[in-house]
Write a protein that binds this ligand. Sequence first.
Ligand SMILES: [Fe+2]
Length: 273
Amino acid sequence: MRTEHLDSALNCANTLGLVQVVGDNWLEPGPHHDKLERLRQDAALSFHFVGMNIAGEDPLDLSYLKRILSLIHRYQPSRVSDHLSVQVHQGFYFHDLLPFPRTEASLARIIERVDGIQETLGRRILVENLSAYHQFPESDVEECDFLSAMHQATNCGILLDLNNLKINHLNGGTSPTHFIRRIPVHAVEEIHIAGGVQSGRFWIDDHGSYPSIDTINLAKKPMFASTPIFYERDENLIPWHQFYEECLNLNSAILGKVESPLPGRDSQNELHI
Ligand SMILES: [Fe+2]
């Protein structure tokens, strides 16, 4: 849910069920919280963050985590999540989700950090897989195994971004099916789908279009039948009524009630992955 859509969404809040918002947009107090409070009366919330710096090397930012804790106390979200990435290094905020070398040493460090975050927040978090545009030669643990080990050691959940699997497949040849087979599916508590775009030799996870048919097909796997799926749309924003219609169409497409994801749309690069 983008804040641009919030006013319109409030008109049909009781049809939404579960809504994911970027928690970082709500860390500051202010009158804008009135609308989120109203939404919370009719829908459950999932808070998605971009600043826990789960994979970073800087000490955990306890003041940031305490602000998250206040938000949790206020809204009682059903889930709290962030990304398996570096977002801050030596105090510099990149405003991006950066990859890191996946090694046994970084795994031990990140397990300790996830433990620290969960202890500070007093609850478990979900950690999301990344779309990465650079692979470190020293990485010797696959991302799926990395997430599995994190789950085993910390009991954190997994937020599985299916479009990130597709993007990594297009850019680096990794297999989404292999990834899904290797992770503990019972730990997957949320799923993201989104559209991507080609830029030069890379596919970019820009969240700027309707998800492609192969991303939708991944979401149709029976093991995800009861997992909440969020459609991420951050670029090329469309009006709320159109976004809502696309959500309904995605729902039908994933449930197998319609043959094509959205009538009249290009089915975009079917891959059979
Ligand atoms: Fe995502």
